[in-house]
Structures are given as C-alpha cells and as structure tokens.
Design a protein around this ligand. Structure first.
Ligand SMILES: [Zn+2]
Length: 345
C-alpha cells in the first residue's frame, strides 16, 4: 500500500463516521437533505474521494474503490432509515410531541368577594329577625336622596354628600337610604328590609375612603317598636356576626332622619378590647350609625307618625371586611387584584 492509498482509506473512514453522525443528528427532513448533499451530493465529500482515486497507483485503486462504494452504501442506507423515522414522527401528529413533564395549568376557581360575603352574612342574620332583602336604583332623584329623608339641601349634612349630579335633580345616590323611602311609599307597615348596594360620594380614593363604596342599611317599622327592641336586635346581630363574646355599646350621635340617633361600637375583635392599631388603642370599633326613625320621615312618606315607630341603621360592609380580615387599605378591596382577593375565596 502506498502512502497516497493509505491516506485515502483513512479519509474514507473519517468521512463514513462523520456522515453517519450527521445523518443520525438530522432533526427534520431539511437537515437530512443538507447532510445528503454534503456527503453524497455531486460535489459532496465522497465525490471528492472518488475523483482522487484516479491519482493513486493502479494496484491500490480496486481496494480504495471498493471501500468508497461500501461507504456510499452505508451512508445511503442510513439516510433512508433516518428519512423513514422522521416521516413517522410527522405522521404521528403533534400529540406525540407534547411535553408531558410540564406542570399542569391550574384550574381557575372563582370566589365570592369579601365585601359581598359580609353583605350576604349580615342579610342572613337579619333575615332570622324577619327582614327581607331589597335593592334600589343607583341613579336617584334629589327628592329621594335628600328631601324625603329630612335632609334639606342647605343643611350641613347635605354638604358632605353634595356630589355627583347627572342632571338637574338627578344624582348618583350618596347612600342606600333613598330605598327606605321607596319601600315605605310602596308598602304599609309592618316593614322590615335590608338594603345593600353601591353609594357614591366625592371622596378621594385613599386607605379609608372610596368614591364608590358598598353600603348596607336596615329599616324596621311597625306598631309598638321601641328602643329596647331596636337595641336588642342590634346586639343579636353583633353576637351572631362578630362572636358571642363581643360587646357592643351605643354612643349618642346625630343623623337627620333618626331621633334619637346612636353610633354603635363593638369591642375590638383583634385585641378583645385591650387596645391595638386596628381599634386605634381604644378597644372599640365603630360599625354603624343608627337610631329611631324621625317622625318627619314617616310624614314625608305618608305613614301615621302617631301610630308607627321604627328604627334604621346603616353600615359600611367594606370597613367591616377590613376589620374582619385585618386589611389595612380599603383600596385593596376595589382594585380587582386577583392575587389579593384569592386568599379570601
Ligand atoms: Zn383592638
């Protein structure tokens, strides 16, 4: 064997190894075709070797030629096998290519908003005392929003609510109380209703205020309702909602549509009355405004104030949800951040 012949045989061995590797690694038909052109094409590496056979001594040509043909056969068979394998992958469709080791996508489960849940629970408790649940319009007339509730427009109480007018005499309701007047106009006593819904005021959006917020009101009117029934109903609610051990107290207050009026405090559910940041170190949290319905309201809706008495109360379910869950900023409740809200569902 001459030096030139030996060098050609070595080159063929290397060519065969590299060619088989390239074919094995071809991941799609394009890559496979590219490997075929590189090694077996008209100007490919095997053709180069074939052409140089003419330059070696005649006595070694047969051996080198045979070896070259063997390499060509091996590469051709490998190409065919690889092409079949790739075609089978394509025929199997994309399911075959799904990565089953990927983590599954979490199934979405909705939940009741913490404020809605507070409203539902409170309405349920009062439903045991005979209260039905009613809802009213959010766009309200000035008559129902102020006048019928004994709030003259030049009264200071109206100033704090003088807010989103849509037209002359039409306002986005500033409380859910207008529904009390509407119910009393439509029904004769006895009346016991809970009125949940959105109210609107020109308040800034800060940790303890929102320009649109949930309100929940209650109204009871009947013959012979006195302050004792009023107070015991509220105490029943406090124990049912905040817990049997929770204390409540009534503090004198002023509202135009009730007389006498009281703010209701409950003993802080976080510190049990010893003082913490939630109750501002007082041990008490104010949860509602309330009082005996002013006879002037009965007159405005056509009830006989000599015959009927009643009580009314209003609270902010958003604030109550904050107290219940220790939420420091009211805006969190209304920003619709699912990551935040999810923890309550
Ligand atoms: Zn406290």
């Amino acid at each position: 064997m001459t030096a030139a012949g030996a060098s050609l045989l070595e080159g063929l061995a290397a060519l065969e190894g590299e060619g088989l590797a390239a074919i094995r690694e071809a991941g799609d038909p394009e890559a496979l075709e590219s490997a075929r052109v590189d090694f077996l094409g008209r100007n490919g590496r095997l053709s180069d070797v074939m052409r140089s056979i003419a330059g070696v001594e005649p006595e070694v040509r047969p051996e080198v030629g045979q070896r070259a043909n063997a390499v060509k056969t091996a590469l051709s068979e490998a190409l065919e096998g690889r092409a079949e394998h790739l075609a089978a992958d394509v025929a199997a469709g994309p399911e075959e290519l799904v990565d089953v080791t990927m983590p599954a996508r979490r199934r979405w489960i909705g939940g009741v908003h913490p404020v809605t849940r507070v409203i539902d629970e409170i309405c349920d408790i009062f439903s045991d005392l005979g209260f039905s649940r009613v809802e009213g319009p959010e766009i309200e007339s000035v008559w129902y929003n102020f006048t019928a509730l004994n709030i003259p427009l030049d009264h200071p109480a109206a100033d704090t609510m003088d807010t989103f007018y849509l037209d002359d005499g039409v306002v986005l309701r500033t409380h859910t109380s207008p529904m009390q007047a509407r119910v009393m106009e439509a029904y004769q006593p006895p009346v016991r209703v809970m009125v949940p819904g959105l109210a609107y005021r020109r308040d800034s959006f800060d940790p303890s205020h929102a320009p649109a917020f949930e309100q929940l009101e209650g109204l009871a009117v009947d013959e012979g309702i006195d302050f004792i029934e009023f107070r015991s109903s509220i105490q029943h609610f406090v124990r049912e909602f905040f817990g049997k051990e929770t204390k409540s107290r009534f503090r004198p207050a002023f509202y135009p549509f009730t007389e006498p009026s009281a703010e209701v405090d409950v003993s802080c559910t976080v510190c049990q009355g010893s003082g913490c940041s939630t109750c501002k170190r007082t041990g008490w949290i104010t949860i509602m405004g309330s009082g005996m319905v002013d006879p002037a309201v009965f007159e405005a809706v056509g009830y006989d104030p000599e015959r009927y008495t009643g009580y009314a109360f209003g609270m902010g379910p958003g604030r109550i949800a904050m107290v219940r869950h220790g939420i420091p900023d009211m805006r969190l409740l209304y920003e619709g951040d699912v990551g935040f809200l999810e923890q309550f569902s």
